[in-house]
Write a protein that binds this ligand. Structure first.
Ligand code: C2E
Ligand code: MG
Ligand code: MG
Length: 629
């Protein structure tokens, strides 16, 4: 039954109930009222008759008067002091009060009532002054039924009932329409919470729920279930080159093609970014090839966006229930992992393969964890001081990301940066590093501690067109002059796509940001190559620095690099300075800046600020050597 009908019936029933209750209360009140009022009237009547009698009347005089003052319902009688009822010979037979009325109570009480058969008798007795007689006036009232009562007040109650029914029906309609609106709003909010606003497809949470529900329904039945994940390959390029509105339109079109291809109860959902997840019922290893063909086939035809025909490809990863996992999160994670496995094997589709290699399996588990860590702010930024060997001042620090995994503990940056690069999370990670580092550096400047902050960029960041505008906006937002920000890019990253590096670094150089070549010496480039790039600083890789005491070759490389860099007017930083001997030797070689465990290990921002304060105070107290710590 519709809620509206239920409300209507409910309110009508309750208003009818109220009317019935009201009528019965009115009815009983009316009965009580007349029982109280009639004796008064009877007493008044008695008094009036007594006044009409002569003084000290005889019994005959009294009895003679009675028949003249009786009515159809009121009868008069006299009782003597002994309680006997006395009637005159010509009295009407009804004149005496009914025999059931106890003459004792007629004498002692002034009024009362009793019900006999269908009649109710109300009486009032009044003693006749100066005589032994008492005048009794008995009113006979046919018992009043509800029907009689309704005859009198039926019309006003009927009107009241009509009005109250009308009011309650109207109220019910208003409440029903309010309920309807609330239900609509609730449904809308629920839809928003469970759907992706861009494509209208269910979102990740909704799909996870459906997968879990489906698994519960299967309840051990042999029917299989496949969770597929499609990653759109050229999506980033389309987004970057044609703009986000094209990227959004592409996602919408892919979503609608998937929707058209899939038939209920199979279901597609937007997982996140350019990834779509699909739940397929009754699917197993035997059918997966044709499924992959169908799903990837949806992307084959050109997508028409803004008058252009765009072609994209997808990579499909598949995880099967119950072979690979038995819960939604695990199936989705395995399907995502299968995408990476497909890529590693240069395939377009792959079914999840349990890995023998524990490291790789862990890495696959870490993908999701890293995404969550970034979202939940679990990463920390540590700062490793850099000392200027010409004056021993701490002139800046390198910002290094730290991830303490809740389960696995410290994860070396080399490991999670690699995951971030492979999954595209590096864009988000770099953004966070830059934001945090620039803000921290600006804070130090505001406290009167001018210093440079270095942030590492990955090769992928060089393909990110949002990077330069982001850096410009951050510098402006925190009012930090550009020359205090250093971006470190490894030699290998620069040489991976020299044209792209040149263009991106050119823009950063125009902004005034310093550019440093990290891990110099590990790649195959030469300073000659690097000269074509707008570089300000080179960082000699720690492998050469750490071994320069033991290995004459390494010492020669360090020396030569310092010389050549200086010839090209570049500053030289030596990283991996682990002891005083190396520091001395680097100073002797003319190295400008040193960074390493011997100077300080990477540390949290608060410790770095405390260190800056200490060196500043020491400098104020004594000669330049006091700046050393
Ligand atoms: P990197 O940029 O060359 O950073 C210097 C690395 O050398 C740091 O390792 C640092 O802790 C370590 N180091 C410094 N002094 C010494 C020393 O005296 N001896 C030795 N043995 N090591 C020293 P970490 O922090 O483990 O970082 C490793 C690499 O991870 C970094 O190398 C960098 O390439 C990458 N990385 C760290 N944070 C980020 C980041 O936020 N973004 C990107 N893209 N990469 C990062
Ligand atoms: Mg670095
Ligand atoms: Mg380095």
């Amino acid at each position: 039954m519709q809620q509206r009908t239920k409300l209507l019936i409910g309110s009508l029933a309750s208003s009818l109930g109220i009317i019935v209750l009201f009528t019965s209360i009115a009815f009983t009140s009316a009965l009580d009222f007349t029982r109280q009022q009639i004796p008064n009237l009877l007493r008044d009547h008695n008094q009036h008759l007594i006044e009409m009698l002569p003084e000290r009347p005889s019994l005959e005089q009294i009895l003679a008067m009675l028949p003249h003052h009786e009515t159809r319902s009121d009868s008069l009688s006299v009782i003597d002091a002994a309680g006997r009822q006395l009637v005159s010979a010509n009295s009407h037979p009804r004149q005496a009060p009914p025999a059931q009325i106890d003459s004792e109570s007629l004498l002692t009480a002034s009024s009362g009532y009793t019900t006999i058969g269908n009649n109710e008798y109300i009486w009032a007795s009044t003693p006749i002054p100066d005589t032994p007689y008492t005048l009794v006036n008995t009113h006979r009232r046919a018992q009043t039924g509800l029907r009689d009562f309704m005859k009198h007040i039926g019309v006003p109650i009927g009107f009241a009932a009509l009005i109250s029914i009308w009011l309650s029906a109207w109220g019910a309609m208003v409440i029903a329409s309010l309920f309807r609106k609330l239900n609509e709003q609730h449904a809308q909010l629920e839809h928003q919470a469970r759907h992706d606003p861009l494509t209208g497809l269910p979102n990740r949470d909704a799909l996870s729920k459906t997968i879990d529900e489906t698994i519960a329904q299967l309840d051990g039945s042999p029917q299989g279930l496949a969770v597929c994940m499609i990653d759109l390959q050229q999506f980033k390029e389309i987004n970057d080159s044609l703009g986000h509105h094209c990227g959004d339109e592409l996602l919408r079109q892919v979503a609608s093609r998937l929707n058209e291809t899939l038939q209920a109860p199979n279901q597609a959902a937007r997982f996140y970014g350019n990834k779509f997840a699909i739940l397929l019922r009754n699917a197993g290893e035997a059918t997966i090839d044709s499924i992959a063909e169908t799903l990837l086939g949806t992307l084959e035809n050109a997508f028409e966006i803004d008058g252009r025909c765009l072609y994209i490809r997808g990579t499909l990863g598949v995880a099967l229930y119950p072979q690979h996992a038995t819960s939604a999160p695990a199936l989705l994670q395995k399907a995502e992992a299968a995408i990476f496995q497909a890529r590693e094997n240069a395939q377009y589709a792959a079914i999840f393969q349990a890995l023998d290699n524990a490291g790789a399996a862990e890495r696959l588990g870490l993908i999701n964890d890293l995404r969550n860590a970034l979202r939940d702010g679990q990463l920390e930024l540590h700062y490793q001081p850099k000392r200027d060997l010409r004056n021993q001042h701490i002139i800046g620090a390198e910002a290094l990301a730290r991830w303490i995994h809740p389960e696995h503990g410290f994860i070396p940056p080399d490991q999670f940066i690699e995951i971030a690069e492979r999954t595209g999370l590096i864009k988000e990670l770099t953004r966070w590093v830059l934001e945090t580092a620039v803000q921290q550096c600006a804070q130090c400047h505001a406290n009167g501690r001018a210093m440079k902050i270095s942030a590492n960029l990955s090769a992928i960041n060089l393909h990110d067109d949002e990077l330069v505008p982001l850096i410009a906006a951050l510098l402006e937002q925190h009012d930090l002059p550009a020359q205090y920000l250093v971006v470190e890019i490894t030699e290998t990253a620069m040489m991976a796509d020299p044209a792209r590096a040149k263009a991106q670094l050119g823009k950063l150089d125009t902004l005034g940001v310093c550019i440093s070549i990290d891990d110099f010496g590990t790649g195959y480039s030469s300073l000659g190559h690097l000269r074509q790039l707008p570089v300000d600083e080179i960082k000699i890789d720690k492998s050469f620095v750490m071994d320069m005491i033991a290995s004459e070759d390494d010492a020669s490389i360090v020396r030569a690099t310092i010389g050549l860099a200086h010839d090209l007017s570049l500053e030289v930083v030596a990283e991996g300075v682990e002891d005083e001997t190396i520091l001395q030797q680097l100073t002797a070689m003319g190295c400008d800046i040193a960074q390493g465990y011997h100077i300080a290990r990477p540390m949290p921002a608060m410790d770095f600020i405390a260190l800056l304060e200490k060196t500043h105070d020491d400098a104020a107290d004594g000669p330049a050597t006091a700046l050393r710590y």
